[in-house]
Design a protein around this ligand. Structure first.
Ligand SMILES: NC(=O)c1ccc[n+]([C@@H]2O[C@H](COP(=O)([O-])OP(=O)(O)OC[C@H]3O[C@@H](n4cnc5c(N)ncnc54)[C@H](OP(=O)(O)O)[C@@H]3O)[C@@H](O)[C@H]2O)c1
Length: 345
């Protein structure tokens, strides 16, 4: 098979200063599709991920992954199909997932990438969300870090987002749990009610503090946003509460993160707050996928996606995450097939 000549790519042009990304942060270029060597495959990328953590990868600071280098293709988990294989373990048409980046084609060693099979009743796009890192983050967060128990009051911030929607539904399905879901618009609260959340709160409401107090004390707080919402959650802990420090999107573009006045309640309420990075828990991904697939079969799990089309939408989609424009997982499709991405709700 002859390979396509051009490979459209979005690369890091310059590191943004503190604050949101801007028009100079990335640039688009036309690269080449590299011929595979022995043991390598060529992948046509169908979906690329858009994640809040990407903002951190642009800073030249110590983190759980090295920063993306200037001139490098933007790092992103992606799903695609093998179009040419010089690795005996892969054949043309195999569905594969890995960090292929914001580009149309990827060439590299087969041993570095994962072959994927879509669970019965699932869609290919679910590898980007429900059965991808965001679904696994929700699963690992609630079970391994949050130690969710029957009857817990579970509060989830960023609840209508990629991780949040899965975490919310896991908690709703957990025996006798009461679930409070926090998000930033009326539409998102309606969506969360439809999923079955017992309480829904809009953190942009002027009386949010009072509304949050009224839902009572918390056993598990799944924190996707940090900042003032985390601080209030700290003031409402039950004894032995668990805070799942998953992310702090409110701080990613901020000059300074908001102060936490109530952290001492971790001591007085004998509670824990534990950070984690999902990539360290790959040993739980198989059980996590099976667990989520079972919830889907039982009608207790739905996955929604916010899909845009074409590599040119990657940068605006990343900006949109920080403005709350997505409900569900933000994904860019390079397929031009709009059907598969439709919500199941
Ligand atoms: N620890 C890990 O291994 C791991 C893995 C994946 C993700 N994460 C973290 O998990 C969190 C959620 O990620 P995701 O991929 O699921 O993103 P997401 O929730 O789909 O998208 C981000 C959402 O955050 C909300 N948001 C934006 N700015 C905000 C602010 N200043 N205050 C409060 N909410 C704000 C917006 O919703 P509203 O309209 O509701 O404001 C937006 O839709 C992020 O913090 C991410 O870094 C951690």
């Amino acid at each position: 098979m002859s390979l396509p000549e051009e490979n459209k790519q979005v690369v890091l042009n310059e590191r943004p200063a503190r604050g949101p990304i801007n028009d100079n942060t990335f640039k688009t270029q036309i690269g080449q599709v590299k011929e595979p060597e022995d043991g390598e495959v060529v992948v046509k990328v169908d979906y690329v991920s858009i994640d809040p953590t990407m903002r951190g990868w642009l800073n030249d600071t110590r983190s759980y992954l090295p920063p993306v280098q200037i001139g490098a293709v933007m790092r992103a988990t992606s799903l695609g199909k093998v179009i040419l294989s010089k690795d005996p373990n892969f054949k043309q048409g195999d569905l594969v997932f890995d960090t292929f980046g914001w580009q149309e084609y990827w060439t590299g060693p087969g041993k570095a990438i994962q072959k994927r099979v879509t669970p019965e009743g699932g869609r290919e796009i679910d590898h980007m969300g429900l059965y991808g890192l965001t679904g696994m983050t929700a699963y690992v967060g609630l079970f391994e870090i949050g130690k969710i128990k029957n009857g817990d009051h579970v509060v989830i911030s960023g609840a209508a987002g990629a991780v949040g929607q899965v975490a919310t539904q896991i908690a709703i399905a957990h025996p006798k749990c009461t679930v409070t879901a926090i998000a930033g618009s009326k539409e998102k609260l309606d969506y969360l009610k439809k999923l079955g959340a017992h309480n829904v709160l809009n953190y942009k409401d002027s009386d949010f503090t009072k509304q949050f107090k009224n839902v009572g004390l918390i056993d598990v707080y799944f924190d996707n946003v940090g900042g003032e919402i985390l601080d209030q959650a700290l003031s409402q802990l039950n004894p032995y509460a668990r805070i799942i420090a998953c992310g702090a999107i409110s701080a990613y573009n901020a000059e300074k993160p908001a102060p936490l006045y109530n952290y001492f309640n971790l001591v007085s309420m004998k509670s824990t707050m534990r950070g984690f990075i999902v990539l360290d828990h790959a040993n739980m991904f198989k059980e996590g996928s099976e667990y989520l697939a079972n919830l889907v079969k039982e009608g207790k799990m739905k996955a929604d996606y916010h899909v845009t089309y074409g590599l040119d939408t990657c940068v605006s989609s990343l900006k949109d995450l920080f403005e709350g424009k997505n409900t569900g997982k933000m994904v860019v499709s390079l397929k031009g097939d709009k059907e598969e991405a439709k919500s199941k709700l």
